[in-house]
Ligand binder design. Structure first.
Ligand SMILES: [Zn+2]
Length: 462
């Protein structure tokens, strides 16, 4: 386990940035303003948005599901690009459990078909038997109930789907039907494969309560449940890591710039998240020959869609030294959709931090309007594991997300060059604000501030 960073260091860092944070935008008076822009231009003028677009075109040719050949092809492409820019590139392989959705899932009650859903990592099987209502499916709920060879009807809530199914199996049930405890369908996961699972399907609250009422009235209800084609297997996913070492007197500090290269099943993932991955590549190309006094590490994570597994893996492999010297993590996820909302910086706990300060300041400088990007509270991407261990991190994303999110329609034709340009320049300028040789280590910043306020926005991701 990595030791938690002492509050005093964090405080020192944020306090020193106070000069910047309080003003949120280190935009210096006129003379300085020009020098600020001159510095920004060292990076932003060299960004070629068509390069980002072409990377997206390449990466979104096929879905990149973690652990599959589609992801491995993307990993090889990303590695070859980093190496073509002169980076020593490291692959971090890690084992995941990957899941193939069933090709067939059926549920009929007394011969009548019901709409149904299955659970990720659920197992195949065909069972026809009587239904037994067992409440929430806690071990005590099975006491005095004969479920041997029968189908357990279970309500959602209280504990995980996996526990409910294992409790039913333990009591001798041959299958499980779980009904929702709210409107809508259940899109659930069991978290990981397990040979002890019995076949299980999910139905709506309305369907479940109707069945429960029939059972409560003493009626016998027979169900047939059939699942085919599901497959859980262990597979290997990868993180791709390329580090640019400081070229001049090093502050020994490290900044992370990340995105995830995997996509969900069936989705080309042009925006989620080939757009972020492509922007990481272009920033790596631009920074490759830039003078810096801070190490910059470009990382594309695998298996983000499986539960941020790549970024948790990265954290688990992080050395204490790297942990202590990492001053910020910039995550870009879904940064190029024509049909999404405006740019926002989400932090895990909805607080401002060094990364949002730098992002807002760069946004204000580049936008020339003095308008800063808002920040908000949001998880659901690879910035979360970093925030959880106390590393300042923020997610750059356009929200609310587009209707094509996680669908086969997440395609290249829906990508906006303007949005790619906006995010790549803001993140590039924000990172260079720290990494450029003339700005000393973050703790001793002396840049004259200009008041730019950036605000919290309670904006939903979807
Ligand atoms: Zn994503």
């Amino acid at each position: 386990m990595i030791r938690k960073r002492s509050l005093s260091i964090l405080l020192a860092a944020s306090l020193s940035l106070g000069a910047i944070t309080a003003s949120a935008a280190p935009v210096a008076p006129a003379g300085n303003q020009n020098s600020e822009q001159a510095f920004d231009n060292k990076i932003v003028k060299r960004i070629k948005v068509e390069n980002i677009y072409n990377h997206i075109a390449e990466l979104s040719k096929n879905p990149r599901v973690a652990g599959t050949q589609g992801e491995k092809d993307a990993v090889d492409y990303i590695k070859s690009q980093f190496e073509s820019y002169g980076y020593e590139t490291e692959l971090q392989p890690f084992t995941i459990s990957s899941y193939t959705e069933p090709s067939l899932k059926e549920l009929s009650i007394d011969g009548n078909e019901l709409e149904t859903n299955t659970f990720t990592y659920g197992v195949n099987g065909e069972v026809t038997s009587k239904l037994v209502d067992v409440g929430f499916g806690a071990p005590s709920d099975f006491e005095g109930k004969d479920v041997k060879g029968k189908i357990a009807l279970i309500q959602r809530g209280g504990f995980s789907f996996a526990e409910k199914i294992l409790n039913a199996e333990n009591a001798g049930a041959s299958a499980v039907i779980i009904y929702n405890n709210a409107d809508g369908v259940i899109n659930g996961t069991l978290g990981e494969p397990n040979d002890d699972y019995v076949p299980a399907v999910a139905i709506t609250q309305e369907q479940g309560l109707a069945l429960k009422a029939r059972l409560d009235s003493g009626e016998t209800v027979t169900a047939t449940l059939k699942i085919e084609g599901a497959k859980s297997e262990m597979a290997t996913s990868h993180n791709v890591v390329a580090t640019k070492k400081a070229t001049q007197k090093s502050t020994n500090q490290l900044i992370l710039v990340g995105a995830h290269h995997d996509s969900v099943d069936g989705a080309p993932g042009a925006n989620d998240d080939a757009s972020g991955t492509a922007t990481v590549l272009e920033l790596a190309r631009v920074f490759a020959n830039s003078p810096t006094d801070t190490d910059i590490r470009f990382v594309t994570f695998g298996a983000e869609e499986n539960g941020l597994l790549g970024s948790y893996e990265y954290i688990s492999k992080m050395t204490q030294e790297d942990y202590d010297r990492t001053v910020g993590m910039f995550q870009m996820d879904m940064v190029g959709s024509k049909d999404a909302g405006e740019l926002i910086m989400y932090t895990n706990a909805g607080e401002k931090n060094i990364v949002t300060d730098l992002g807002a300041a760069a946004g204000a400088r580049l936008a020339n309007t003095g308008e800063a990007i808002p920040y908000g509270e949001g998880g659901r991407s690879d910035h979360v594991p970093f925030a959880e261990v106390g590393i300042p991190a923020a997610l750059f994303i356009h929200a609310p997300v587009e209707p094509w999110y996680h669908t086969p329609e997440d395609t290249l034709d829906k990508i906006s060059l303007d949005k790619l340009e906006e995010v790549s320049k803001i993140v590039g300028a924000a990172v260079y604000q720290v990494a450029r040789p003339d700005t000393p280590a973050l703790t001793k910043a002396k840049v004259a501030p200009k008041e730019v306020d950036y605000v919290f926005e309670d904006r939903e991701l979807e």
